[in-house]
Design a protein around this ligand. Sequence first.
Ligand code: 1CP
Length: 350
Amino acid sequence: MAACNPDALLLRALRNEKQERMPLWVMRQAGRYLPEYRKLRKQAGSFLNLCNSPEMACTATLQPLRRYRLDAAIVFSDILIVADALGCELGFAEGEGPFLARPAADEKMIASLAEPGVDAFAGVAATIGACRGELAEDVALIGFAGAPFTLACYMVQGSGGREFALARRLMLTEPQAFAELIDRTTRAVAACLSAQAAAGADVLMLFESWAALAAPHYLDEHVVKPAAKVIALLREAGIDLPIIVFPRNAEQVAGKMVAAGANAIGVGWQADLVEVRAAVGEQTALQGNLDPAALLADRETLRSAIARTVAAHGTGAGGRIFNLGHGIGKETDPESMAILVDAVREFSAC
Ligand code: 1CP
């Protein structure tokens, strides 16, 4: 397992070292906006076949790198593989999205979940291994997992959505069962990330995409503490890779995530980068946060939005990583990504 060059731009930014420009990668950069992804997805027959085949998942991971000068690849997988390993049985409904056939909807179902270890994540580990050999030395490979609260939302609900009312109800009405679910999920997330670290990931990222659904009263207990525990379990296992935490739309926890051991904070597009920087100080890297809708605009509008995001990152000592503030939309013209890559290089050069 050959790691990338320690001087790769993304790793330097994560260590708060001097950058000649901002490193750039894009959430969901391997995905449906690329015609070659849609073709591969068709060949695979289903999203899950694609995820579960290390060879095809590796091809999907590398597709955006073949087109664009990006500084990182993110392994092609999904946050819901952890829910599957816990026993919730991940399925995918064409035209709708992922679902869990056996949701962890009550105390009894939560008590009967599996205890997946590192071996349960051999598939994504094999994808990481396959990708690392194909990537240029200066491209970092990012391994990832969903954070416990976001996964718990899907596991109780059984499907996606914007509200996750069943999960929020369980959190209120059966606090012990919900805490048990978070606890079991926390251990499984650590196992999933450990497997990816052992297979050669250079950076790890925790997607806490639905953090904002935890009412303020619950944020510490169900969002901050579980992330801290995942990080502690990784450090105890001797894994010292940089860790990016993305508490989307709950950026008020950024300072606490840094105290919990996060090396960088992913910032959603609705948050003010300048405010998050003030909260975390100059010792922590920030990643973000262009509105993905900017990629649907004309070239000049897109370029000025990029210039604004670069300016909001500022020029202080803290690490600065350019990304979108959420995943790239499937309607995006691949040519807009090319404009983005050139503009970030142009505007952030120093
Ligand atoms: O081809 C298809 O139809 C599948 C679309 C798709 C893709 C490309 C899904 C289903 N997952 C993925 C890959 C994926 N998902 C990656 C790796 C690729 C990359 O980033 O380049 C990553 C990091 C994710 C992460 C993920 N999956 C998140 C967290 C990020 C976020 O967007 O907030 C979440 C919430 C999911 C769940 C999920 N998987 C897929 C869909 C459509 C969803 C959302 C479901 C919902 O809430 O309704």
